[in-house]
Design a protein around this ligand. Structure first.
Ligand SMILES: [Fe+2]
Ligand SMILES: [Fe+2]
Length: 277
């Protein structure tokens, strides 16, 4: 079983600054510590974009300092809050495709992870997969099938509506060619961020999941036109992947002091409950 950690929307800013009144550094630090403590057996940590809030070099350096503490390897995607040039200036070793987009693959036995770059060149919210990126994706997903691997796709932007009005103008622009390709190639799973919501389901038979991320999160509101931000616990997802199944557990950092009771299994099924407070 392949264990992958999915982190998203860290929105890091230069040290000492905040985003909507909260400190993204401290929140990412908590998530990194939780991964190191409980999931250092994972093969990879994938961070699906909005790595920084403003896309400046100083923020990428602060982000790099934080993720360098991870005990496991990591792969980074860019989102609408990112800046590809500044990202590449700081992460000089990050894999990119032949046209310089932050796209790559990672193969693990019968599974291929595909990482896409949906950063739009001319819009602050929308996502984009231009012809060049789509061609790269088509080759990557077809090569996975040719070599007997199932694909799991990671991308910042959802390519279809999730029924939340404020996101309707911030989805993947002109998604039809990408949707046609995933319909034809039947990936095992599609994982994204961007929503700052925990959302999962299936589209046209393709399962998907979105982790609500590390930084600020939003109130689920289908029809509202104002985005309401909240400070809830930072989160990440633990994905357990085989060639024919994907499990997604949504997790959060937990301190020992958070545990209020322990129930020990007994043969009669009733359990033995011991309070810790
Ligand atoms: Fe975000
Ligand atoms: Fe985003």
């Amino acid at each position: 079983m392949l264990k992958i950690i999915h982190v998203s929307d860290t929105h890091v800013v230069p040290a000492g600054q905040s985003v909507v009144g909260i400190d993204p550094h401290e929140r990412l630090r908590q998530v990194v510590d939780a991964i190191n403590e409980n999931h250092d057996d994972a093969a990879l940590c994938v961070i699906t974009g909005d790595l920084t809030d403003r896309g400046d070099e100083e923020s990428y350096r602060a982000f790099a300092d934080l993720v360098s503490e991870l005990k496991i390897p990591y792969r980074l995607l860019v989102g609408n809050h990112d800046n590809r040039q500044n990202f590449r200036r700081v992460f000089t070793d990050a894999p990119v495709d032949a046209d310089g987009f932050v796209q790559s693959t990672a193969d693990f036995d019968k599974v291929r992870l595909i990482f896409l770059d949906s950063l739009h060149d001319n819009h602050a919210g929308l996502g984009q997969l231009c012809l060049s990126r789509l061609k790269w994706f088509e080759a990557a997903v077809k090569d996975a099938a040719r070599t007997g691997r199932r694909s799991v796709i990671f991308i910042h932007h959802p390519p279809f509506s999730v029924g939340v009005k404020v996101f309707e103008g911030m989805m993947l622009e002109n998604a039809e060619p990408f949707l046609s390709q995933i319909t034809a190639n039947k990936p095992l799973h599609l994982a994204f961020g961007h929503l700052h919501l925990t959302t999962s389901g299936s589209w046209n038979g393709i399962p998907f999941s979105c982790n609500r991320g590390v930084a600020h999160q939003i109130v689920l509101n289908f029809e509202g036109v104002v985005t309401e931000f909240i400070e809830a616990v930072p989160t990440f997802a633990v994905m357990l992947i085989s060639e024919n199944s994907v499990l997604v557990h949504h997790a959060a950092p937990v301190a020992t002091s958070d545990i209020i009771a322990r129930e020990y299994a007994t043969d009669d099924g009733k359990g033995n409950l011991v309070m810790t407070r």
